[in-house]
Design a protein around this ligand. Sequence first.
Ligand code: AKG
Length: 274
Amino acid sequence: MNEIEQYEFDRVGYIVIENMLTQDQVASLAAAVDRLEEHAAAHVSKPPRKVSPWGAQYHASEELGYHVQGERAEGKTLIIEDFWNADPAFDVLVNHERTMDYIRALVVSRPTVNNSEIRIRYKGNASGHHGGMRPENQKYVYEFRNGRIDCMMVRMIYFIHDNDAANGAFTVLPGTHKSNLKCPYQTNPDTEPGTVSLEVRAGDAILFTEALRHGGRTNVSDRVRKTLHVGYGPYWLQSQNIATMDEAPHITESTRKRFSPEQRALFQSWADKR
Ligand SMILES: O=C(O)CCC(=O)C(=O)O
């Protein structure tokens, strides 16, 4: 992470990284997401169920090891968590060299993966604004100490197709990772004053601190918006996926065996002795 990127990340709370993935990686990830969407959409309302510590209802796939909530319908979204277990095509994102260079610059303690979700957003769907530094959001605090940035949680979003405002672009409220007051606005990503929509191309990535207020515009286009989100934090923070919030990371035995030691270490939290 170079000096300009660090300066901008500290100033506004996010950066856009062009060409993070090769076009071959984009094609292979997009095909894997399409396959998984079919499986998840067909199983989302079926047993077995997992009730998240936050109350949300998920289908827990015994066959593919993922958790999914939502619906394939206009205005709705499918959120597929723990997607690593479903297809080795996603392994390219685990210990991805360029990604880890950014993560090590932003997370001071040994970093682990604490969040993995594929978001599939159908026409009419929006992601309401959330985050922003305030007393209730201290878990994901953004800090600068001992001369460097130290984040309790950052996320990388990988784009597998072009994404503009009409297609439900990711939105940010620059600088809110350092705000002190509760946001006085509602959560509407299309109308909140100060919202910036980040338009990107296939292969680009957006890196942001979870302390930043963010969301996603309404997808008003005919193209379904599909993105891969991977979160990182210090090793003592457990899963931050909604289905498994604050539980051990959900990595199946076969995924664990398939991973290299370096990849396995990225899921090894303080409580995990394997
Ligand atoms: O991409 C979006 O629509 C919103 C994503 C989001 O809220 C998140 O990654 O926390």
